[in-house]
Write a protein that binds this ligand. Structure first.
Ligand code: NDP
Length: 244
């Protein structure tokens, strides 16, 4: 049975990695899917793979006016939203002692400000029972060297979700964090060198990195009515590494 049949889902950062896998899984479960990203060519490639039924909107989540335009499009095309995945995120490797203002601003603008306005912008369109999913990270509680600022942005979004859960009744939604461990995606391969990925893999209780598809399976659970009483939680999908 298609567990998301009849639902409208927005996935930010849906042109690559975890977001692309989530968009594919949502489509397979019967949802109408809208994906976003900054690069049109990456969105076009994603639509070529996912099929023309998936709508792609160029949108930089760090720019609130872009999000306004995104939700205008969604309002015109679908009229409402059942699932929002605030997934767009960036990490910048910068050694403590050498971090620049630009690097801090860029990570907070996409990961924190972008998440705030992705979720806030959706509120008027959410249908009763909507599910909001924010992609956090094990880095929120387990910061890696060189990625301390990135970890701080993820700690911030975990905290936002716990706070937003208090507004569930008012807005008729549930909101949860999907917290991946290390997942080899285009973004991660750019960010983390092979030897660091190999070292990290050794301490994972399940003995391997996760896949985008495993993150997507957890997102389907959080998006579907199977998780109807799950709210304000952090779902770690990390092979157990957050417990080490
Ligand atoms: P990718 O780099 O593979 O994908 C990131 C996606 O986000 C792309 O579609 C990218 O498109 C989009 N994006 C980036 N910045 C913006 C922006 N400002 N506005 C709109 N879209 C944007 O990364 P992952 O799939 O690995 O990461 C997805 C999420 O998962 C992120 O939030 C990341 O922090 C989180 N995460 C990833 C982990 C991993 O190991 N891979 C571990 C834990 C968390 P474009 O560049 O065209 O804008």
């Amino acid at each position: 049975m298609a567990v998301l049949a009849g639902k409208v889902a927005v996935v930010t950062g849906g042109s690559s990695g975890i977001g692309l896998a989530i968009a594919r899984a949502f489509r397979d479960e019967g949802a109408t899917v809208v994906i976003t990203g900054r690069r049109k060519e990456a969105l076009d490639a994603a639509v070529a793979e996912l099929g023309e039924d998936v709508t792609a909107v160029v949108c930089d989540v760090a720019v609130p006016a872009d999000l306004d335009a995104l939700y205008r499009t969604v309002r015109e095309q679908a009229g409402y939203v059942d699932v929002v995945v605030a997934n767009a995120g960036i990490g910048i490797d910068a050694a403590f002692g050498e971090v620049t203002e630009e690097q801090v601003d860029a990570q907070f603008a996409t990961n924190v400000k972008g998440t705030v306005f992705t979720v806030q912008g959706a509120l008027p369109l959410l249908r009763e029972g909507a599910s909001v999913i924010v992609t956090g990270s094990t880095a929120a509680t387990r910061p890696q060297r060189g990625l301390e600022v990135y970890g701080a942005t993820k700690a911030a979004v975990h905290n936002l979700v716990r706070g937003w859960a208090h507004s569930s009744r008012r807005y008729g939604f549930r909101v949860n964090v999907l917290a991946p461990g290390m997942v080899p995606t285009p973004g991660l391969l750019d960010l983390v060198p092979a030897e660091v990925r190999a070292q990290a893999e050794e301490v994972i209780p399940l003995g391997r990195h996760g896949t985008p598809e495993e993150m997507a399976a957890a997102a389907v659970f959080l998006a579907s009515d199977a998780s109807s009483y799950v709210n304000g939680s952090v779902l770690a999908v990390d092979g157990g590494v957050a417990q080490v």
